[in-house]
Write a protein that binds this ligand. Structure first.
Ligand code: G3P
Length: 215
């Protein structure tokens, strides 16, 4: 399972890229608003850092406008993926963009049926939102597991991005569920490094090494 970073903050993208584990970036309008600054400039900077897929969301009421916006965004770099919200107009837009060879990521997916619609339309990625399903007292990871199984059974090339990841356990569970990618907020990425036994072990090694050096 690969790691994408779910952010529009440049310093976070830079730091994750330096770790060498960053396979791509996903953003959404809320994350762009949170990051602040000019959208075009944010896109330019992320593209300069990341070689992998960068999902940028289009916002419009109908398929025609979604496609128009998508074409403009896709022109900016070859690794741009157009993120499109689930819905009739969104699926029409995905079908058109797939025909034009433009990669898409269908977002706000909460069920197997929605994922199947996206896959049939030719979506490159589908993004089930784990945390938001958990928020309504349902098991978000079951939806990821079922989507992975169904798309795999019918041999769709569409990849599954586990999104709305809230904590490290979500990451481990997404991998066990067979998600191709987990897109994680930077805070969650940082937490993946932590384990109390690692901290205790490092401290013990450091103390013992100090003793060795004193001899
Ligand atoms: O990748 C989708 C993500 O940005 C939504 O996360 O925590 O707002 O549900 P959240």
């Amino acid at each position: 399972m690969l790691f994408f970073l779910d952010t529009a903050k440049i310093d976070e993208v830079k730091e994750a890229a330096e770790m060498g584990i960053l396979a791509g970036v996903t953003t959404n309008p809320s994350l762009v608003a949170k990051a602040g600054g000019d959208f075009k400039n944010i896109v330019k900077q992320i593209c300069a850092i990341v070689e992998g897929p960068i999902s940028l969301e289009v916002v419009a009421k109908n398929a025609k406008d979604l496609v128009k916006e998508a074409r403009n965004l896709a022109k900016q770099a070859p690794n741009i993926v157009i993120k499109i919200p689930m819905g009739k107009e969104g699926i029409k837009a995905v079908t058109q963009l797939a025909a034009e060879g433009i990669s898409t990521n269908v977002t706000l997916v909460f069920s197997v049926s929605q994922a199947l619609l996206a896959a049939n339309a030719g979506a490159t990625y589908v993004s089930p939102f784990v945390g938001r399903i958990d928020d309504i007292s349902w098991e978000g990871m079951d939806v990821v597991r079922d989507i992975v199984a169904v798309l795999d059974y019918y041999q769709f090339p569409t990849q599954v991005i586990a999104a709305s990841i809230r904590h490290p356990l979500h990451v481990a569970e997404a991998a066990k569920a067979g998600a191709h990618i987990a897109t994680v907020p930077f805070e969650v990425l940082e937490k993946l490094f932590d384990h109390p036994l690692t901290d205790i072990g490092v401290e013990r090694f450091n103390k013992d090494w100090d003793k060795v050096k004193k001899k």
